[in-house]
Design a protein around this ligand. Sequence first.
Ligand SMILES: Cc1cc2nc3c(=O)[nH]c(=O)nc-3n(C[C@H](O)[C@H](O)[C@H](O)COP(=O)(O)OP(=O)(O)OC[C@H]3O[C@@H](n4cnc5c(N)ncnc54)[C@H](O)[C@@H]3O)c2cc1C
Length: 463
Amino acid sequence: MPNMSLVKNKMPVQDAAVRKGNFLEVALGYSAEQAVDEAKRCLGCKNKPCVADCPVNIDIPAFIAKIAEGEFEKAYEEISLYNALPAICGRVCPQETQCEGKCVRGIKGEPVAIGRLERFAADYHNVKSSAGETAKRVPGTVAVIGSGPSGLACAGSLAKKGYNVTIFEALHVEGGVLVYGIPEFRLPKAIVQKEIQGLKDMGVEIVCNTVIGKTLTVDDLLTEKKYSAVFIGSGAGLPSFMNIPGENLNGVYSANEFLTRINLMKAYVDGSPTPVKRAKKVAVVGGGNVAMDAARCAKRLGAEVYIVYRRTEKELPARLEEVEHAKEEDIQFMFLTNPVKINGDEKGWVKSITCEKMVLGESDASGRAKPVRQPGSEHDIEVDSVIIAIGTSPNPLIRSTTKGLDTQKWGGLIADDDTGKTSREGVYAGGDAVTGAATVILAMGAGKKAAEAIDSYLSQSYR
Ligand SMILES: Cc1cc2nc3c(=O)[nH]c(=O)nc-3n(C[C@H](O)[C@H](O)[C@H](O)COP(=O)(O)OP(=O)(O)OC[C@H]3O[C@@H](n4cnc5c(N)ncnc54)[C@H](O)[C@@H]3O)c2cc1C
């Protein structure tokens, strides 16, 4: 009998008053009973609209049916046919605009909690599992640049097919944004490590502290190191700034720097070698996931936090759940507000931010209403730190050190949507390095598609 409840099983969470002061995971995960009850809300539609909107095409009704039957390990096996990092995707994917956005149950009530069920199956497996399997090796070696979701998905798919794969990572820890961007309280790093360990157990080698473009170039990988193909999944880690007066003051951070210090370097622990200023009042500029993460981290460091966003709540690009959690944690939203100047004290530290009010005008190229200045509306907000989270673009290092690699004007690599093939023979690319800042699951989808294309390319060379 399907469960015809119109609402999802609620996700147990850490109490907002308590979690504001710690970095432990906010969402606690379904119990087995809650998971089975939620799984029974799925109608198992024949045409599976949810699957069409999943960038890696997980057979969602099939894995949910296994959970409904209490076959949790089988549910995990079903998901892992399509997705190498389900515990991560179950936590951070924007399900409301993807699979859950197409769920038939969402027409008259809430959609099935697909993300929460994916997380449940993956966590169940991760608690029970031991090492993964190693595939039979085939000829052909592939170098993957970057260990974020696109690189991990590409490496995992190729390793499953039996290729020798080496990932080269610039940082000292693997995982990309999953470890240096998304905070511990949203995505515990032990979960990322566990999923990466699964890839290592399949034979993927990861070499950290290697910056491609400096330590080695893409040309070195193909010629000197004799890799048969290269996948570039180097992300979009170059922060954008507003180019307004005062951005060089002490106490102004790009969200990337602030989050890296917190997540990777544990700046919140006393005595950390890369501390951050424990500010009293912080303005976070931007309205995406990155802005929410920076704001919630600043809150946990004890600050009063304002999100300064130039459109309205309706246009916020962040995941709904993150916005709700931020509000519960007393983060204050200043909508239709745009910074024009950051003001400093005599010692060069931030003392306030001058903003102007905006109104929404006509739609711009992205289809969103364009914010328009309201002359004479300037006002000062007293803050002692400003975090800028208005977007990022790909770092120019790889494109400037690789021959024959075509790029977009804004810096993204040009790669075929279906195969990740670039203008350079044997070189493939995907994820944020191609699309600009996007999502974990889109990056994984691109890595997976490129792995298929690399497999056909190498099959022609070796078989
Ligand atoms: C703070 C934050 C929160 C986010 N929250 C969400 C969310 O909730 N849900 C969601 O779906 N998406 C979210 N995103 C977006 C998502 O994380 C990215 O779209 C995704 O990580 C892109 O994956 P990627 O593999 O293309 O790149 P990345 O994850 O950026 O990984 C690229 C890797 O390449 C390495 N690298 C770069 N240059 C070189 C080089 N020259 N040599 C060697 N290695 C190199 C980098 O160090 C990095 O490890 C968030 C992003 C941020 C910053």
